[in-house]
Structure formats: C-alpha cells, structure tokens
Design a protein around this ligand. Structure first.
Ligand SMILES: Nc1ncnc2c1ncn2[C@@H]1O[C@H](COP(=O)(O)OP(=O)(O)OP(=O)(O)O)[C@@H](O)[C@H]1O
Ligand SMILES: [Mg+2]
Length: 1175
C-alpha cells in the first residue's frame, strides 16, 4: 500500500481539521483523523503532536466535486508555510486558514495573496517591524532601487510594501493610488491605516540610509497629528474594541508631483506630501444618546467632563464645574479608566493641544466645546405629562432648561417651545401641535444626535481647512495634486438582529466588493495573458444581483424612499412592497415568519434584516422648530454650520448672517433628502474617486474575540476571510484552475506517469529550454491526466493547461496526480525491490567469482616469488661465507691492535684513577676538617648563645624578683609613710583644733577685755593704740586661722588622693603576680605609677614642708601673740597700779584687779604652752 495522502476534513467546531486519506471509492473515503488536545494545537504536522488517532468514513458529496482538499505538507508531513499564498500548491479555504495560523503563531502578522495583504491583528506590538530602519528598507527596495523581476520577493509581506508600491505608482506615472483597508471591528483597520500613512510620509523623503533617525516635517506632522482628533470625536469604546471608529473614513494624501514628464529621474524625484483631506461616512448617531453599559459614548464627552476645573469653568461654569460622568444622562459611569493607555483627563489635554495645532483655538475652541456641552445637557432635560392635558408635556425641572438656554444663547421659552410643540404646515396655514412627554424626550434626543453629528462634520471641515494642500501648500491656491487615498471603513456586518445601519454598511461593502472583484479579475487576467492561457477559462460570480436588489430602480432603496414620503408610511409596507417588486431576485430572502423581516444573500453570506425603524431612520430630518431654535443660538456651530453641506467651515463663516426678519427655514436637503439618498450619493462619490485610482487591498483579520496574542479561532477567521472576499478572490483566481505548479516541478514529480511512446513531446532542438519544458509537460500531463478528461458539449476538455512557466490544473486534477504518484510509488516499490534483490544476488555472485580468480593469481604470484627468493638465498649464502672469512681475519687483526691500545689505555687510566682518588681523598679530608671546624665553631656559638640566653633569662627573673621585692618594699614603705602621714595629719588636725579652741578662748578673753576696757571711762591714747593694735592682731589671727584650716582640709584631700593611688598601686601589684608577660607589663605600669607616686610624694613632701613652715609661722604668731599678751599683761599691771593709785572706787579697783590676775595667769599658761610647743 502506498503512502496515505494528507487531506483536510470539514469540522463543525474547528472548520477544517487535518486527516490522512487511506482509501477512496469516489463516494466515500476511509480516513484516519489525528486528535489534538484543542483547536489551538491543531496543526498540519502529520499527526506528530496528536494525542491519538481515530478512523472514520467520510461522505465525499459534502466536498466540492467530491474531492477532499489536500494539505500543503512536505515528505515528512510537516506544513509548508508560504509568505505569499499564491505559492501554495493547493490553494483553498483550509489551506489559507492553516497557512495564516502558522504565520500568526510564528509572529508574522502579514501574509500576501497575490496583490492582497492579509493583516492578522497580533494584539501585541512587534516594534521591530516598524522601525525607521525597516521603513527605509521597504522604501529603498520597492521604490528607490532598481531590481530585476518582482522586488516584493525580496521582502516579507508588510503594510509598508503596499504604501511603498502606492507611492511608487503615484510618483512614477501610475496615476492616483488608493489603499482599501477592511475588516471587522477590532481587526486593526485604523492602526493599519495609520501605519501606512506614517510610512508614506517617510517614503516621500527619497532614498535614505536605513537608520533609526526620526524624521519631522511640518506638513507631514500636521497631517498625521489630525488622527487623534477624529478618534476623540468619532471613536468610542465598544465590547469589540476599546477604540472603535464609529464612522467610515477616506483620507486623501495630496502630493505635489512637480512637472509631470514621461522620463522619471529618481534622483530628482519631486513627489512631495503637500497636505491631506478626508471624507467621513455614517457616524453612528444613536451612540450619542444610548449605549450598552459595558460600552461608552464618544470619547470627547468623557474628556470634557474630566478636564481641569479651570477649563470646565471657562467652557461652561454653571453646568460643568464639579460635575462627573454620572451627572449626565447620556454619559453615565465609564466601564474603563483608560483608553489606549491614557486617562480621559490626559486625552483632554492632548485633544485641546491638537485642536490648537490645527487652528481651533480661543473662541473657536470654546464654540466647539460648548456645542459638546449643549449635547450633554440635552440629555439632562426631563418632561412630564401636563396635569391638564395628557397629550401635552411640561418641563419637569426648569433650572436644567434655564442652564441650557443660557449656554445656547436662546430664551428659555424658545427652547421649551421647540421641544414640547411641533409646527405643522399645510398649503395655506401653519399651526402647532403639542407633544406628549415621551415624544418631547425623543425630540430632545434627536436634537442632541443632530447637533453632535453636525459638530463632528464641523470638526472634519476644520481639520481639512488646516491640512488640505489647496489652502496650505506653498501659500495656498494650487490645485491638481496627486492622490494616495486610504479607506478605513467598517467591514461586512451580520448580527443576530440587523437594522437599517447594517443594511447601509453591507451595501457599502457590496459596492467595494464589486470593485475588488473587478480588480482581482484584472490581475488574474494579466497573469493568464502572461502565461498564454485563454481568458474564457476564467469563471467567477460577481455581485451585480445584490447591487441591483439594493440600488436598482425598484430596489430596496427606492422602495424605502417611497415609503418615507408617504404620509403614513410603515416599515412593514416597505418590506412587502420591496418583496413584491423583487420577486425574481436570486438574492432576496422572504421571511415566512415575520412580515417585517427580509434577507439578502450577500457575497459574504446570508443576512436577515429586521425592518423595524427603517422608515424613521431613513427620514432622520429634524423638525423645523428645532432648526429654528438652533439658528437663533449664539453658538455658531448651531446657527451657521448645522446645515453646512460644503467642504469648508471658512466658506460658511463668510456667508451672510441670517436676515433680521428672523430665522429662515433651512434650505438644505436635511428635511427633504433621505438618509439613504444622501448616503448613496456619498458612496457614489467615493466609488467614482476610487475608480480613478489604482487600488490595493489590505484585509484585516481579528484572529480571536479575546483580543489576546497567539490565538487563532478557526471558524471566526474563516468567516472573516469569506467576508473580506479573500476566499472569493482565491476562488476567482483559481476558478478555472484552482491549482498550479511550476513546469519544472511537474516534470520532476510526475515523469514516471508519462507514456512517452503514446504521448511524444513536441519539443524540437531549435526551441528554448522554457519552451521545450512546456512541450514536455504538455505531453506528460496529457498522458497522466487522460482519465480526468471530460466531455463538454461533445468536446474533450483537458484537466490542465500548460502556461509559459506554470501548469494549471482543474479541480481534482492535481490531487489525482498526487494520489497516482503515491500509488505508483507504492506498487513500483515492489518492482524496484525485486530488481534490486536480483541485482544484489547477481552482484554478490559476480563478486565471489572475481574474488576466486584474484585468489588463484595471488597464489601463483606467491609461488614464483618464493622460488626466486630461495635461489637468491643460496647465492647470497656462498658470497656470505667468503665475506665472513675475510671479515674474521680483519677482526682478529683489529682485536689485537685494540687489545694493545686497551692495555696502554688501562694503565694510563689506572694511574689517572689513583691520582684522582688521592686528590679526592685529600680534598675530602680537607673538606671534613673544614666542616668539623665550622661545626665546632657553630656549636660553640650556639652554646654561647644558649648560655647568654639562660643568663639573660636568669637575670631577667632575678630582676623581676628584685623588682617585685622593690615594689613590695615600696608598698610597705608607702604603707608606713601613709600611716605616719596619717598620724601626723591627725596630730596636726588635733593641734589645729586645739589652736583654734585656744584662739577662740583668747578671742573671747580679748572680747571680754575689750568690753571691760570699753567700760573704763577714759583710756589714754597709748592705751587706745594698744587696744586698736590688739584688735587688728586678733583679726589677723582669725584670718590666719582660717587659712590654716583650709590648708589642713587640702592636706586631707591630698592625703585621700594619695591613699587612693596607693590602693590602686596595691591592686596593680597584686595583679602583677598573675603572669610573666602581665607582670612585665604591670611592672611597667607600676613604674609609671611609682614615678607618679614619687611625683605625688614629692608634691606631698613639698606640701608637708609648706605645712611645717606654716606651722612654724603660726608658732611664731603664737609666740608673738604671747609676747604681746605678756606686754599687755605688763600694761595691765601698770594700769592696775595706776587704778590702785588713782581710783577712789575700791570695788572697781578690786574687780579690775581680779580680772587682771586672771588674765595674767591665763597669759602665763599660754606662754608655757608655746614654750612647750617650741621644744
Ligand atoms: N498592527 C498591529 N499591531 C499591534 N496591535 C494592533 C495592530 N493593529 C491593531 N492592533 C490592536 O487592535 C486594536 C484594534 O485596532 P483598530 O482600532 O485599528 O481596529 P479597527 O479595525 O479600526 O476597529 P473598528 O472598526 O472598531 O474601528 C488596537 O487598539 C490595537 O490594540
Ligand atoms: Mg477603527
């Protein structure tokens, strides 16, 4: 059995799964299916990473022409992955899915299918593929350098490839260009457009070095910086995308192409970006008034509310200051804190900055932000039933109306009137109809939506005014710029409930699909022409049926418009009329369950529409009362731009102001034209513009709904590929021949199936190699694909066509070849084995025979060699004997001579030896003697050193002992001295105390004497002088006594210090005995202490001698005092004598006498004591 073919099977969950085809009978096939853990890990690897295999039988009628699509795998079953899917041998839906998945997992976001780039959103930034270097690389390779063949083959698929080719097309005379980007919400359209725009801006700089240097140009910057503004006013958070564009956008980059000529000099290329302008489509108005709680309304509302208080005060102090999202009905709590990594407050700052950059500053800025505030406040108005009349409404909270009226610059009554009444006009009169509370509320919402959508258009015009080349390039006034247009538009939509908006969006996608098909057809046409294949082979479905159904004369658009102009037009009536008028349309689906429902078979699939609200949505015209109120507003966006249908704000601003007679009715088609009509004309304009350009396509794919990297959900990806028209494009390009192979591959792979005899080649010797190859392939394939030939209209239709370089195969033909090849290889392998085995045996036998012959020849040669050798040996022997004899003689003679020489030599050697030995012995003895002496000297020295060391140690010990002893003696001595000093001090203190006592007694006596003297009536001058002297002496004595007491106290202190030192010394000495090292150290300390002690001793000695000196002096004083006392006594005796002689008072005389005697005896004793002390 041959090798099984690798195929894909349909699967309800994973769309397509890989399998192994074992057998097929044309109706059913036996397959083996590898089972992978999950969809994510399902890959084409021949089942290597599968957890198990299951066998199954599949019904081939479920597959196109009963053929299972083949996998693109190598010999070992591993997927072949191509950057350009055109190179996939088998190109079909499953092959596209698995190729894209493999590249997505390998971090390659872009893949090519011919001219279309498929951009799979990676949901992670691969910064390395967007550097300045990479930009320059693509620009240089695809624009500025010349390469042979298709230069795209030199680079990986990229958005930069598309932008480079567009610029090249425009600059080198290829006319205006466009890039059409499509995909579902969140697929990456807006990011892709920004990436392309940025690249185009850098390509136009010309050939640059591939560096990472950033480039800046005022025109380019202004063009690129307008993007955030459109995002702030036109983007909102949705469940599918946090920064979802809720409008379609066609941006035209305008280029100054200089002088156009047929000759293009790349080095002098002048195709410079001059400006840009954009058109916008279908802003989602409903989002202004209502949104899902998990979504948000437009970013700008949150930004204004999050602005700093100063700005809010300036915009609208009464209504914005201190307010939060929750204060506004249209806004409410935001389900997220940041958008694109920035808070709303940060975004506000940026929005204002960019607005100022495009000239929206000062009053204009306030006008814009106040218009936003007016919309915000319209949501806060509330109405209630008029108590007097149910059909009327009254205002619930007048303050909210008051605030809004002030902000708009209209009267409160004007505002209330326009929201609660409606003016009805007949041919002859006009009258007012009251509105109930619900209708009044709806009217406020309608007003809010209209103001917002017109404010958005005002902003777009402001951006265009600031960026368009006509106004801004080289002073303005120029025209005729080259265009590269970038279309970022909503992709095909199909929800559970599809409304009017979905029909508009899908209609736009049908229009674009028609252009896409045309363009793809054109490229296939070019390829077929190159290969020389007849064009009538291409068959494809276009979508003209659907377009007819929508925009035809009796189509849905016409029917709806008709219903809208009818006074009582209804949604159901519209559906029924449309169904009746388009009964024959193959793409219209009639709903049997719901009369308001209908369906369309779009190119991307079937969609059922619920027509509820179609008529009102299509009318969408503002009541004239609201327009009149807006025209009265002081806000210019409301009064001048609500009806501005022009492309510029400047033109409208210059228009005359409304007449003083009062607001006039709006003349625009706002009232008359339906939404659909306006939209259709917008699309028509777009398509006309696009048709003038050379379009390139980028199809964005959202690989998963989780917005996570490296995950690809099969079913949703396949659906998007269908919606994006990728499958249709592939189907178209391969409609006649789905598979293709290079001619050289065909000959290499399938030549075994070529019956050359029956199908000879038409190649001739004159032909070129390429032509010869083509002829070979034609013959080969005619032979191999004969069974696949079909008869159509009586004619045989071959299953292949051979082109110049490639062979093209009809459905199933290549699969047939591959299957046959594997089968053939299987059955031929047996033949090959048989041949090989036979060949092997023959070869072995041959080898054995050769071996035998070689052996015999070897033996014969050996015998010859041996006989020759024997003969030679005998001759050699004979010659050898004679030679030996001669040699023997020579040897003997030589030996004799040698013996003689040897004896002489031996004698000489013996003599020399003896002499040498004698010399050596002598030298040895001398050496030994020397060594001995050295040893002795050494011993001696060592001994001496030892003795000296011992002596030193002994001396040291002795000294230490002596020192210790000395210390002890010193301690004893100190002890003794201390005791002695203590004793002396005690006696001194005692003496001092005693002297003090004596002095006190003397002083007392003197005081008494003084008193007595004082009591004596008169004293002689001499006596008085003596008395004064003795008083001075006493005072002096007192002073001295005090001094003595101080010095005694000092002595005591010094003694205490000395005692303390002594104590410390004793402690140190005690510690000194602990160890020798410690003793040594301690002795040093002791020495230090001793010297200190000695110093102290000296000090004390000095103090002592001073004390002694003092004592001696004091003794002197005592003596002098005693002497004075004696003299005094003597004077007293003389006084007594005088008193006795002269005093008449006997009693006084007696008393004085007694006193004098007492004094005398006292003085005597004192004198004696002093004498004793002196002794
Ligand atoms: N090339 C890319 N590399 C990395 N991330 C990307 C890329 N393209 C898109 N994304 C991510 O996907 C998100 C959605 O992209 P984008 O807003 O461009 O989608 P969209 O197709 O414009 O959606 P909508 O129709 O809702 O506006 C981006 O915010 C970004 O996070
Ligand atoms: Mg977008």
């Amino acid at each position: 059995m041959g090798k099984a073919a690798a195929v894909f099977l349909k699967d309800p969950e994973a769309a397509w799964i890989p399998a192994k085809l074992n057998n097929s009978n044309g109706k059913t096939a036996d397959v083996e299916i590898p089972i992978y853990p999950d969809e994510q890990s399902t890959v084409c690897d021949g089942g290597k990473s599968a957890s198990k295999w299951v066998e199954a039988e599949v019904d081939l009628s479920d597959y196109n022409k009963g053929v299972l699509p083949m996998q693109n795998v190598d010999e070992s079953g591993n997927a072949l992955c191509f950057a350009d899917m055109v190179e996939l041998p088998f190109l079909h839906e499953a092959a596209i899915l698995y190729n894209l998945k493999q590249r997505h997992l390998d971090d390659h976001p872009y893949t090519r299918t011919g001219d279309i780039i498929i951009a799979v959103n990676p949901f992670q930034w691969f910064t390395h593929i967007y550097t300045e270097k990479i930009r320059a690389q693509y620009a240089n390779t695809l624009v500025w350098e010349d390469h042979e063949g298709d230069a795209r083959k030199l680079v990986d698929p990229h958005v930069y490839e598309v932008s480079s080719l567009c610029y090249k097309g425009l600059a080198f005379g290829g006319g205006d260009q466009s890039i059409l980007v499509s995909g579902e919400s969140g697929a990456g359209k807006t990011e892709t457009v920004k990436i392309a725009m940025n690249h185009i801006a850098s390509v136009q700089r010309g050939k640059t070095e591939a560096s990472d240097e950033k480039f800046s140009d005022p025109v380019v910057d202004r063009v690129l910086e307008s993007n955030p503004l459109l995002e702030a006013f036109g983007n909102a958070k949705t469940r599918r995308n946090d920064n979802s564009s809720r409008f379609g956008k066609y941006t035209q980059l305008q280029f100054d192409q200089g002088e156009k000529s047929s000759f293009v000099d790349k080095s002098k290329m002048k195709c410079k970006l001059a400006g840009s302008k954009c058109d916008v489509y279908l802003l989602e108005k409903n989002r202004v008034t209502t949104h899902d709680p998990m979504e948000r309304t437009y970013h700008v509302f949150y930004q204004v509310i999050a602005a700093d208080e100063a700005s809010k005060k300036e915009i609208w102090s009464e209504g914005l200051s201190g307010k939060t999202n929750e204060d506004f009905q249209y806004v409410g709590t935001s389900p997220c804190e940041k958008i694109e990594g920035m808070t709303d407050a940060e975004h506000y700052q940026n929005t204002v900055k960019v607005l100022k950059g495009i000239g929206v500053d000062g009053d204009d800025l306030m006008t814009l932000l106040r218009a936003i505030s007016i919309v915000l406040q319209l949501g806060n108005l509330s109405f209630m039933k008029d108590p007097a009349d149910d059909d009327r409404s009254v205002v619930k909270d007048k303050t909210e109306f008051g605030k809004l009226a002030k902000l708009m610059g209209v009267t409160e009554q004007d505002l209330i009137d326009c929201l609660t009444e409606r003016t009805m006009k007949t041919r002859n009169e006009s009258y007012k109809v009251p509105l109930n509370a619900d209708v009044a509320r709806d009217t406020a919402d309608a007003f809010g939506k209209e103001i917002y959508s017109k404010t958005f258009l005002w902003l777009v015009r402001a951006i265009n005014d600031a960026t368009c080349a006509e106004n801004n390039y080289e002073g303005g006034g120029k025209s005729g710029f080259g265009i590269i247009g970038l279309l970022d538009i909503f992709g095909f939509e199909s929800f559970v409930r599809n409304r009017f908006e979905q029909l508009c969006i899908n209609y736009c996608n049908e229009k674009l699909q028609a252009k896409f098909t045309e363009d793809i057809f054109r490229s296939v046409q070019e390829e077929y022409e190159f290969e020389g294949i007849p064009l009538d082979e291409i068959k494809y479905d276009d979508n003209t049926d659907v377009l007819d159904l929508i925009e035809g004369k009796a189509g849905l658009n016409a029917m709806l418009n008709e219903e809208c102009v009818r006074p009582k037009g209804t949604d159901q009536a519209f559906v029924q009329k449309a169904l009746a008028a388009n009964k024959k349309s193959p793409c219209l689906i009639v709903s049997k369950m719901n009369r308001k429902e209908f369906g369309i078979h779009h190119y991307a699939g079937k969609v059922m529409y619920d027509s509820d609200g179609f008529v009102s949505s299509n009318q969408d015209s503002l009541p004239s009362d609201l327009i009149d109120c807006a025209l009265k507003s002081t806000n210019e966006i409301l009064s001048k731009h609500l009806n501005n249908e022009k492309c510029s704000n400047l033109a409208e601003a210059a228009a005359p102001a409304p007449s003083k007679k009062g607001p006039s009715r709006a003349k625009s088609n706002l009232v008359s034209a339906t939404v659909w009509t306006k939209y259709k004309s917008q699309l028509l304009k777009l398509m006309t513009m696009l048709k003038k350009t050379n379009s390139r396509y980028i199809r964005c794919i959202k690989p998963n709904t989780f917005k996570k990297p490296s995950i690809m959900q099969h079913v949703s990806t396949i659906e998007q590929l269908r919606c994006a028209g990728v499958v249709a494009a592939v189907t178209l390009s391969r409609s006649a021949f789905p598979n293709r192979l290079e001619n050289k591959t065909v000959r290499f792979k399938f030549s075994s199936m070529w019956d050359r005899g029956a199908y000879p080649t038409k190649a001739t010797a004159e032909m070129k190699a390429e032509e010869k190859l083509k002829c070979d392939c034609e013959a080969l394939l005619a032979s191999a694909l004969k069974p696949r030939e079909e008869i159509e209209d009586g004619k045989a239709v071959k299953a292949f066509v051979c082109g110049k370089t490639r062979s093209y195969f009809r459905m199933g033909a290549l699969e047939f070849l591959e299957a046959n090849r594997t089968k053939e290889m299987g059955s031929q392998s047996l033949h090959i084995q048989r041949y090989i085995r036979g060949w092997l045996i023959r070869r072995l036998t041959q080898m054995a025979e050769t071996k035998r012959r070689k052996g015999i020849a070897k033996i014969q040669k050996w015998y010859k060699d041996v006989s020759a050798k024997i003969k030679q040996n005998e001759e050699d022997k004979k010659a050898g004997l004679e030679k030996k004899k001669k040699q023997e003689m020579e040897r003997k003679a030589r030996e004799k001579a040698e013996a003689k020489a040897k004896a002489a030599r031996e004698a000489r050697e013996a003599k020399e030896k003896k002499e040498r030995e004698e010399r050596e012995r002598r030298e040895k003895e001398e050496q030994e003697e020397l060594e001995r002496k050295e040893r002795e000297a050494f011993e001696k020295r060592k001994k001496k050193e030892k003795e000296a060391k011992e002596k030193f140690e002994k001396d040291k010990e002795k000294k230490i002992k002596k020192f210790k002893k000395g210390i002890k003696e010193q301690e004893k001595e100190l002890d003794k001295k201390e005791k002695k000093w203590e004793r002396e001090l005690e006696s001194l203190e005692a003496e001092a105390v005693k002297a003090e006592e004596e002095r006190d007694a003397v002083l007392e006596e003197i005081a008494k004497e003084e008193a007595k003297i004082a009591s004596i009536p008169t004293l002689s001058d001499k006596e008085k002088k003596k008395l004064t002297d003795s008083t001075e002496i006493i005072a002096y004595l007192r002073k001295e006594n005090k001094k003595l007491r101080n010095s005694t106290t000092q002595l005591r202190k010094d003694f205490d210090t000395m005692q303390e030192n002594n104590k410390r010394l004793l402690e140190a000495n005690a510690y000194a005995g602990a160890s020798f090292e410690a003793l040594n150290e301690q002795s040093k300390n002791n020495n230090r202490n001793n010297s200190k002690l000695m110093q102290n001793l000296e000090k004390y000695k000095k103090q002592n001698s001073k004390l002694n000196e003092d004592l001696r002096m004091r003794q002197g004083y005592y003596d002098a005092e005693a002497e004075i006392r004696v003299n005094y006594q003597k004077a007293m005796a003389e006084i007594m004598e005088m008193i006795q002689d002269q005093c008449d008072d006997a009693q006084l005389t007696e008393d004085i006498l007694v006193l004098a005697l007492e004094c005398e005896s006292e003085a005597k004793s004192e004198l004696e004591a002093a004498e004793a002390r002196q002794k």
